[in-house]
Design a binder for this molecule. Structure first.
Ligand SMILES: [Zn+2]
Length: 410
C-alpha cells in the first residue's frame, strides 16, 4: 500500500506534468482582460486595450526608435479582441482583433510588463529611482560612501556606485582630486551635462578679500538648500575643496531633509501638513557678475514637496532667499511660522559636522540635503576656496540606467 506522502508526491508529479504538457494558456476575460496562466500556476493579466495600444507589429510600432506609430484619433477603446491563444513554439501571445488586425507579444516582453503590485514596485525601485534611505545623525558614519576621484572618471562601475550612493543616501565624498579648477566640470561631464544657472556653470565659493587685512569672522551659513527659487532646482551640488581654512571653523554641516520631513510626519503631523501645503515665495534678484545681465528668479512652493507616489521629492529651505512677500491668507502665515520653527529646530538637532580637506569633492542631493558651514576666521593666511557645479537629476538617473541596464529592451 502506498504511503500518504508517496501518494501526494505522485499527485503533485501528475499535476506538474499536466501543466508542463499544457504549457501556457491564454484566455479572454469579459472582453476586457487577457489572462495568461503559466505552468507554475502564476497568472499574468493585461487590459485588452493596453495590448492593442502596445501592439508590436511594424504597422503599430517603430522598433528602431522605440516609438508607437499608431495614430489613434481618440484611442483604441472601440477595438475588441476576438480570439486569444498562446504559441508555445514561438513563446508568444497571439491576439486576433475584431478589425482583422493581428498582434503577437513575446512572453518575456509581457513578463517585464507584469501588472502585479510586486512587479510594478520592482520596476520602480530598480529602474525608475532607487528608494532613498533616510538617515539621522547617529547613522552618518554608516551611510558615508567614499570614492577615489580618478576611479570615478575611469571606471564605469565606480561611477555607477557613486551615483547610486547619491540617489540612496543623498551624498558622497570623492577623495584625491587634483588641485585643478576644472575638477567639477570634469565630474559633471562624466555624468552628462553641467547645469547652467544665473550664476553660470562653474562657480566659486570664497570670502571676499578683506581690504583692511584684519582677520574677521565669517558668520555661520545656516542649513539651506540651493536655488529654491527655481522650478528646475539644481539636482546635485558638486563642491570641490581647493583650499581649506586652517582655523577651527569652516566645517561643513549637513542634515537629511527627507529624514526631518519624515520625522515631522510621524511626530508633528499638523506641522507637517502646513509645511507640505502652504506655498512660500522663494526669490533671487540680482545680476550676473561680468555680463551684468539682470535676473529676477521667483518660485512658489512649500518647504516639503512630494512626488506623484507620495514620496519626498524636494525640500525648500533658504532663509536668505525667502521672499518677504508671503502670498497666503493671514492666518496661514501665522500657523506656518510655528511649523517652520519646528522644522528648523529638528534639522539643526540632526545636523552632522565634518570638514573637507583640499582634494575632497563633497557631492550631495540639493533636492534633499540641507547644507551649511560653521563660522570661521578669514585672513590673508587663512583662506577657504571652493569650486562648485550643478547637475540635474534627469541627467543622473539617465546615466544610472544606461550603466545598470545597457541592454534594457524598449
Ligand atoms: Zn499592430
Amino acid at each position: 500500500m502506498l504511503s500518504c506522502k508517496h501518494m501526494i508526491g505522485q499527485l503533485l508529479g501528475r499535476q506538474l506534468k499536466r501543466h508542463a504538457s499544457h504549457g501556457i494558456t491564454a484566455r479572454l476575460l469579459e472582453q476586457r482582460y487577457v489572462e495568461l496562466t503559466q505552468p507554475d500556476g502564476r497568472q499574468l493579466k493585461y487590459p485588452s486595450i493596453w495590448l492593442r495600444d502596445n501592439c508590436q507589429c511594424s504597422e503599430c510600432f517603430h522598433a528602431a526608435t522605440r516609438a508607437r506609430k499608431s495614430h489613434w484619433e481618440r484611442g483604441p477603446l472601440h477595438v475588441q479582441a476576438e480570439r486569444v491563444s498562446y504559441d508555445e513554439e514561438r513563446q508568444q501571445l497571439i491576439i486576433n482583433w475584431q478589425d482583422a488586425h493581428n498582434s503577437s507579444y513575446d512572453l518575456d516582453w509581457l513578463q517585464q510588463r507584469d501588472f502585479s503590485a510586486e512587479a510594478r514596485q520592482r520596476y520602480l525601485d530598480e529602474v525608475y529611482k532607487q528608494p532613498a534611505q533616510l538617515w539621522g545623525k547617529p547613522q552618518f558614519g554608516a551611510v558615508t560612501r567614499e570614492f577615489a576621484y580618478q576611479d570615478v572618471l575611469q571606471k564605469d562601475a565606480v561611477l555607477c556606485a557613486w551615483l547610486e550612493a547619491l540617489a540612496v543616501h543623498g551624498f558622497a565624498l570623492l577623495r584625491e582630486a587634483p588641485h585643478d579648477t576644472q575638477v567639477v566640470r570634469h565630474l559633471a561631464e562624466r555624468i552628462g551635462y553641467i547645469k547652467h544657472t544665473t550664476y553660470g556653470d562653474v562657480f566659486e565659493v570664497k570670502s571676499k578679500p578683506n581690504a583692511g587685512n584684519y582677520a574677521y569672522l565669517m558668520t555661520p551659513l545656516p542649513l539651506h538648500t540651493d536655488m529654491p527659487y527655481y522650478e528646475y532646482k539644481a539636482g546635485i551640488n558638486i563642491l570641490h575643496t581647493l583650499v581649506q581654512s586652517e582655523s577651527p571653523g569652516g566645517a561643513n554641516t549637513m542634515t537629511d531633509g527627507f529624514y526631518i520631513a519624515d520625522k515631522m510626519r510621524r511626530e508633528h503631523p499638523e506641522y507637517y501638513e502646513l509645511l507640505r501645503t502652504i506655498p512660500v515665495n522663494w526669490y533671487d534678484i540680482g545680476h550676473d557678475g561680468d555680463a551684468g545681465k539682470p535676473f529676477h528668479s521667483l518660485w512658489r512652493g512649500p518647504v516639503i514637496c512630494l512626488d506623484i507616489d507620495g514620496h519626498f521629492a524636494r525640500i525648500n529651505q533658504n532663509t536668505t532667499k525667502r521672499d518677504s512677500r508671503f502670498t497666503v491668507p493671514l492666518e496661514q502665515a501665522l500657523a506656518w511660522y510655528e511649523a517652520y520653527d519646528k522644522f528648523l529646530q529638528l534639522a539643526q538637532a540632526e545636523a552632522v559636522e565634518f570638514k573637507t580637506r583640499p582634494g575632497d569633492v563633497f557631492v550631495f542631493n540639493n533636492l534633499r540635503m540641507l547644507h551649511g558651514r560653521t563660522a570661521y576666521e578669514d585672513s590673508a593666511q587663512n583662506k577657504r576656496h571652493l569650486i562648485g557645479a550643478y547637475v540635474d537629476w534627469d541627467i543622473i538617473y539617465s546615466k544610472i540606467r544606461t550603466l545598470k541596464f545597457p541592454n534594457l529592451k524598449c
